[in-house]
Design a protein around this ligand. Sequence first.
Ligand code: GTP
Ligand code: MG
Length: 225
Amino acid sequence: MNPLDFSRIKDEAHPEDFLSEMKPFGDLMMYYRCAMMEVETKFKVLNEQFSTQYNRNPIESIKTRLKKPASIIEKIKRKNIGFSMKAIEENMFDIAGVRVICSFQEDIYTMADLLLQQDDIILVEKKDYIAHPKDNGYRSLHLIVDVPIFLSNEKRHMKVEVQLRTIAMDFWASLEHKLRYKKHINNSEEIADKLKHVADVITEMDCEMQDIRHMIEFIDDNTES
Ligand code: GTP
Ligand code: MG
């Protein structure tokens, strides 16, 4: 793809409008949308199989989101990525995002492994914020994967960011995200401590729910035989 001249962007009053009207940019966003659909379908297929074969749904819900032009521009500037399609594709891996909310913590790893085993998926990056939570208490498993999309005239490899978390982790991350935009949170130690405490409580709940599930499975196994 030809690099484009984005020099005008910096002077535009609303660069995101300018960007979204450009054909190559529109095409690039379409490729990311397709890649997002591919990954979402892969998880839906796995959930479907678990549902019929094992009578349970490891996935509670899946959310997808495409990064908005304004956020893309903000990140290009912040990270000093060049204003070209090539630079965007090669340096920004979170334009297409798929968030997978799992029932239990161990389902997160099962689903991630099953995705990564597929022979058209390449793992680009993995960040395990469950084994190594962030200082503020944030937990999730992050993957950047490379997935092929098949268009009428070509096959393209696109990057997709996958975030896997439990319902409890998602509850915490959603509220923390909302609160972060409120005044004072960034410099209040008391609030940061409270949020961290809630994150720990939630982790304990996740572990207990998983224990309960194991106990039930054990009873089931023993009554069946
Ligand atoms: P970026 O350039 O922002 O992508 O930095 P990064 O690649 O180091 O980010 P990372 O992979 O750690 O996290 C990316 C995404 O995870 C964010 O856009 C959020 O959706 C989510 N995330 C990471 N940290 C937090 C957090 O502390 N709180 C919440 N609510 N979400 C987080
Ligand atoms: Mg990132």
